[in-house]
Design a protein around this ligand. Structure first.
Ligand SMILES: Cc1cc2nc3c(=O)[nH]c(=O)nc-3n(C[C@H](O)[C@H](O)[C@H](O)COP(=O)(O)O)c2cc1C
Length: 331
């Protein structure tokens, strides 16, 4: 590869990463093809545009297998996904998946497919199609719409965000004696686990009275063990098996280095799920494993050299302070 190509790839990766720091919701955009079959794709490029007239937009990659269908459909719908619909998001972003066969859906009065359980939907007539670089912008005129209560699915830097965690954390911490912070550290596709007499666990700090102290205790433990880690966002909150502390687990990245004998890196697809110290840890790792495989998507900016693929992005960790503001007031 020439230096010039390498530089332009690097630049694109950096741009994708920078775009990815904008927190978005996740939508599935649906329509019917010329034969009347439902079609759809996952999109986080949705934006409301105008109230009068009622307009919205979404960007579709020119490499999409659905480009012609959406360009010609004449109408489309945008479905805003709820936090319970990660699987729907993944399905509508995956090549080869039978997207509608495995998804509950119904149709609007005008016959546009709508995803069951979406937080909001907008049934649109196509108002305009604008060529914009390697995407087209679909501008829709809203003909009908609806919404229900619930929490949205959120997306940042190639990961889904659990907006409910801060609330859950606040509730738990107010009912329990102490806080213990652990981490799920990713080292180039492997996860760092710690051997305990009960089985494999995560690197954890000691139980402390408040979140701040617990996090510091974890950072100290990591530093004492010579682990260069960059803690990212809050990944899970649950009650300790003993019932007398709240566990908070952060996701993070670590640099490869020499490890103490009780620590070991496991490739994400070879995690010792059956040998975890507690069922909670097992379920966290199982979730991480499936998300790692299915959901490590970047903000989707298609490049001509990676036609139609979903790209993982090389993200940098998000400062934890962004996610813990609410909870900080509770301890
Ligand atoms: C969270 C998320 C957001 C995405 N946003 C967009 C988007 O705004 N525009 C787009 O063209 N593709 C986006 N994609 C990728 C498409 O969903 C995916 O590439 C597409 O469905 C591939 O199938 P197709 O060629 O059948 O369209 C996104 C994927 C994910 C996981």
């Amino acid at each position: 590869m020439s230096n010039k190509t390498q530089n332009s790839d690097d630049r694109q990766r950096q741009l994708r990463q920078a775009f990815g720091s904008f927190v978005t919701g996740v939508t599935v955009v649906t329509a019917r093809d010329a034969d009347g079959n439902p079609i759809g794709f996952t999109a986080n490029s949705f934006t409301s545009v105008s109230l009068d007239p009622a307009l919205l937009l979404v960007c579709l990659a020119e490499t999409s297998a659905n480009l012609d269908h959406f360009s010609r459909a004449g109408r489309f719908a945008v479905n805003i996904l709820s936090e319970a619909q990660k699987d729907v998001s993944n399905r509508f972003a995956s090549k080869g998946a039978d997207r509608f066969a495995d998804t509950a859906w119904h149709e609007s009065a005008e016959g546009t497919p709508l995803i069951d359980g979406a937080l909001a939907w907008f049934d649109c007539c196509t108002d305009n199609l604008v060529d914009a670089g390697d995407h087209i912008i679909l501008i829709g005129r809203v003909a009908d719409f609806g919404e229900t209560e619930g929490r949205p699915l959120a997306y940042l830097r190639g990961h889904y965000l659990d907006l409910g965690l801060a609330e859950d954390a606040a509730d738990s911490v107010s009912h329990h004696g102490g806080v213990r912070v652990g981490c799920l550290l990713d080292c180039n596709g492997s996860v760092l686990l710690r051997k305990t007499p009960e089985g494999w666990s995560l690197p954890m700090g000691d139980v402390c009275p408040g979140f701040r102290e617990a996090r510091r205790a974890l950072e100290k433990t990591l530093a004492d063990q010579g682990i260069a880690a960059d803690l990212g966002f809050l990944y899970s909150v649950f009650d300790a098996p003993s019932g007398n502390a709240t566990w908070m687990v952060f996701q993070g990245d670590m640099e490869f280095g020499t490890l103490d004998s009780d620590l070991q890196l496991f490739p994400t697809d070879q995690l010792p799920l059956q040998e975890m110290a507690t069922p909670q840890l097992r379920s966290i790792l199982r979730r991480f494993q499936s998300e790692y495989v299915e959901a490590r998507f970047g903000l989707y900016i298609d490049g001509s050299n990676r036609a139609g693929q979903i790209h993982a992005i090389e993200r940098s960790a998000t400062p934890w302070t962004k996610f813990i503001t609410d909870q900080e007031h509770v301890t």
